[in-house]
Write a new protein. Sequence first.
Length: 367
Amino acid sequence: MTTTATRTARLPSEDLMRRALADRDPKYDGAFVYGVITTGVYCRPSCASRPAKPQNVRFFANPAAAEAAGLRACKRCQPRAAQDRAVQRMQALAVYIESNAAEALTLAYLAKRAHLSPAHLQRTFKAVLGVSPKEYLDAARLRRLKGGLKAGKSVLGATIDAGFQSTSRIYVQASRSLGMTPSAYRRGGMGETLSYAARTTGMGPLLMAATDRGVCFAQFGESEATLIAQLQKEFPNATHVPSSMARSRELDAWISAFEAHVASHGPRPELPLDLRGTAFQIRVWRFLLQIPEGEVVSYAELARGIGAPQAVRAAASACAANRIAVLVPCHRVLRADGGLGGYRWGIERKRVLIDRERAHQVQSREI
């Protein structure tokens, strides 16, 4: 079953694509494919076949989308091979960015290295990896920064080694991604306070934790002790305060609403969320929040929905990295064949959540 939450992958403007066809411009091979409805064939932009009438041409983000529309690949230009080469080129560039994140890598420099125009690189890189080259570079630098801070480097030293030119800029950017300032992260969260509350639910022990920004952690586990250990693993030196000691009526109300939702299938509580991750992960999680209860998408549909149709594995990894069970409903994503796929809190919990939501949706319609 697909959902109305699925979005169409972004394409270059139609005028730009039609100019690329008229010029048979090889720079756009891998950026999109076009199909001819009268022949049932799709091609790469540079294909040397006879031009089709404009009214018979349809544009697609990738070969998979064209084939889903019932078209077959052109034997002359082999568009699927062109798409594969574009993927390989962008993946190689990503490896280069990761290895040289400390250098001054501009879009113009990366485009020259990839033998593409900056605009074409921007489109193709985002289609393959789900983020722009700039977002990928920032994420690579943040990973370096985290590694340096955990290794005990000073904030200034870790910032410079990671490739950031300004400590003021990194304080803003890292605070969003790490959930705290770099100095606090270096101290393992020292100076940060996380309130937490635990419940025993019909789906097993549950622990919820929150910062002053909102819920940052909601997970099922084998016991309250193992869940607290998991929370402490991420913030070893933060102050972890049980909600009863913190007199956090707000957090108690949040976890009670969460528990009631899981137990009675009531509406998902609209709680403030403190989402922490890369730009790509947050895009995935925000898309998950749009999937209606009782509906599911495939990992491929998820990738297309965020405008990154070729980033299926990355989208699946973002689901696996989700720290906030149910509230960020990664359980609503299945394999293309309808199989459950993975779920960090256990396949059986995923099955129960989906079945309950579908049953609740049916009951709501009957009422």
